[in-house]
Design a binder for this molecule. Sequence first.
Ligand code: G16
Length: 549
Amino acid sequence: LKNNLPVSELAAACDKYPKPEGHVYSYGTAGFRTQSKWLESVVFRVGVIAALRSKRHSSKFIGVMITASHNPEDDNGVKIVDPRGEMLPTDWEPYCTTIANAPDAASFLVALDDLCSKFKIDVSKPCKVIYARDTRPSGLALVAALQLGLKAIGCEAIDEGIRTTPQLHYLTRATNTEGTKDDYGVPSIPGYYEKLANAYKRLIRRRDDTPLVVDCANGVGAIAMKELLEYLPKDFQVTLANTDVFVPGVLNHLCGADFVKTKQELPPSLKGVLKPGHRGCSLDGDADRLMYFYLDPKGGFHMLDGDKIAALIAGYFVDKVKLCGFKEPPRVGVVQTAYANGNSTKYIQKTKGLPLVCVSTGVKHLHHAAEKFGIGIYFEANGHGTVLFSSDTLDTIRNHEPQTPTQDDNTKDLKALVDLINSTVGDAISDMLLVEVILNHLRYDAQAWDSLYTDLPNRLVKVLVRNRDEFQTEDAERRLTHPADLQKFVDSQVAKYPDGRGFIRPSGTEDAVRVYAEAASRFEADQLANYLAGWTYDFGGMDPASRPK
Ligand code: G16
């Protein structure tokens, strides 16, 4: 080996977590994710990779989060968080994949050595990792595997226990920036709650009494919401639902942000809890996604998804920036994915006149695109998103000298908004407070917010396939390059529907292919989605009963 790795410690530890034969791993949309029983060897190896990433980053803390977020409870996953709370850069991903798939200790060491050489890692440097997990029962065994990986490479480690994914991202950044000019806040969980709650208090005007029901997906978000309420004003009226954090089998089951988005219906557990006129929202299993909804006076369900959240936030920020009276106002822009509803894109581009870009699914893609704006708002339709402020924008806000009381008030608001928003990654809890503040400032109820634009009816379908790698895409995942004949079918079918749009893409978090369709009517959107799903199945479908156990 070319690098001075602790070979015998790493080899001995690797032998304790042998790679399951025949199982192929890949670092996908959100790290490694699969059924939890396949993951121990991977998590052990991720511990070592995270430590090497820390060495590469002048011994800064690297985050490791053990979660499978919206996936079923039996799944789990692991992802690496960079020093500023961002996702691991994509040029490390193929190396992670190779390391995870190395069949034995010898090839594992060679793969590690390649990584060190490629990225010129000085292995003699110290390394530090901070980690957490969600509430999945499999998390504990995976933490043990992670700890062995960290120990084998001699890594200093902080165990944050059970936390939301965005909390781990916050802690990573806050720990690394403490006492610097980029200080992100007190690097502790109370520090996180205090930062959010203080910003909320600075922003909120007199609150009306319309209650908010929060569906916590029976996940770690329930713990965080309960803790946060201790820091918020007592008049923050909220009912927490689906808080059975340690009851087996209920995580994300018939509840949570993914259920709401894919089923487009009220979680059954909220029937009778959410009343017409109330606002409801759902978190997902690790509280990084947010979905709002309400019932109209007749009890009809209306969803306010990531696109509606982005539209609300974008419109609000454009006006806020104008009211501050900056000499050189920051450029506000929006980033979406192919899943964004066609009418949301029209609203943002045409009605609000904002620049908008479309990128591939995955926060890592959206985040990087949003960094190109002064104020970059990114949201996936599934409710995953946040707002980024460039360092120039932060300087502009900090150094601004308002000339009128209105400019002064709005600049103060903007400063508090910077603190309210967890810019490291989409954070359902921070986003929820942001939405609540904006609705409060604009005096909107859910219906007024919903009327910004009317969603084109749409349908998202999941098709289990033999091998999702057989499906490859281009143009921000809007077109298939393989199977080419399937794309021809999509084109011919979509052309038959007024306002029709549809695409097929492999999931990066589940062994499945996702099919999306929208059209002028609900019937047509469903019909188009079903046609496309049927064809996808014919091209590569797998009987659900034959899914590997
Ligand atoms: C993760 C990613 C999201 C992505 C979602 C679905 O969310 O962080 O960016 O939209 O998976 O991805 P795919 O369609 O590729 O399976 P989460 O909330 O599960 O971490």
